[in-house]
Ligand binder design. Sequence first.
Ligand SMILES: [Zn+2]
Length: 342
Amino acid sequence: MKAIVFNQHGGPEVLKFSDAPDPKIRPNEVLVRVKACALNHLDLWVRRGIPGVPIPLPHIPGSDISGEIAQVGAEVSTVRVGQKVVLAPLVSCGKCSACMAGLDNHCRQATNLGYMIDGGCAEFVRAPEVNCLPYPENLSFEEAASIPLVFQTAWHMLLARAELQPGEDVLVLGAGSGVGSAAIQIAKFFGARVIATAGTDEKLQKAKQLGADYLINHKTQKIRDEVRRITNKRGVDVVFEHVGTATWDDSLASLAAGGRLVTCGATTGYDAKVDLRFLFTRQLSLLGSYMGTKSELQTVMKLVAAGKLKPIVDRVFPLAEAAAAHAYLESSSQFGKVVLKV
Ligand SMILES: [Zn+2]
């Protein structure tokens, strides 16, 4: 098959469009003919190399996959050949106590398609049967591939971790990112008031179309000052973080007393400071979040099929141009998802 493969870590130029062996499925797996694979920041980290994470080389990246089932293993009973499918990105052991509890994102053996195992930047990918999600028929393959990772992550952050309540104020950083555009929609769906930040007015207008109530241009305005002004000096109940070093101080300073900061990433760096006096006197909560559970993703897919949540596709590249797509994602000029069409 044709695939995007890298043999060493580095810049986008290490991604080669080349021949790779067809994946061989196990009895509990399906083979998917990939139609689209959406990119995430995780793809950039995996390509650059992560200290202490020995990614097997050569490697095929790509976590967010839609396509058609081409082959099923002997034990597969819930899906059939020819069926359209979206894949849940998180592959867990399915046997440990965390998996038994439905907390597959706590599984110590869990990884993502395209992370420690081969992913979907290829004509075919193999995945466990349990990772097959119902296909939302109202969506193109490019749109469908844009849902899983960011919507699952944003859902888990806002609901499972930050326990968002109707009427609360939420600050969503980086509205132009995939996870930010998902967070705005989820927060609005649950009746929150949303303040969104982005680096250009064009992105802010798109955030407004998704439902953001207030907009902050972080290039020309100071986030904490604007949040204080908008909330009449109170601050927000929830800060949705994924930016890291560049926004951390503003994020903490934007919290109301009793506020919760939830984070899933650190695209600008992972060094951050916390003034402990501020943390305890204001009774703040700092919450880490990683991916989400398969059952949360099942719920997300229902809401997508019902038109309540919408994937935002910024730009589609052919699979062979994966390097250009990575460079484009690295430039942060997108609003929503960058997708490879296979
Ligand atoms: Zn497990």
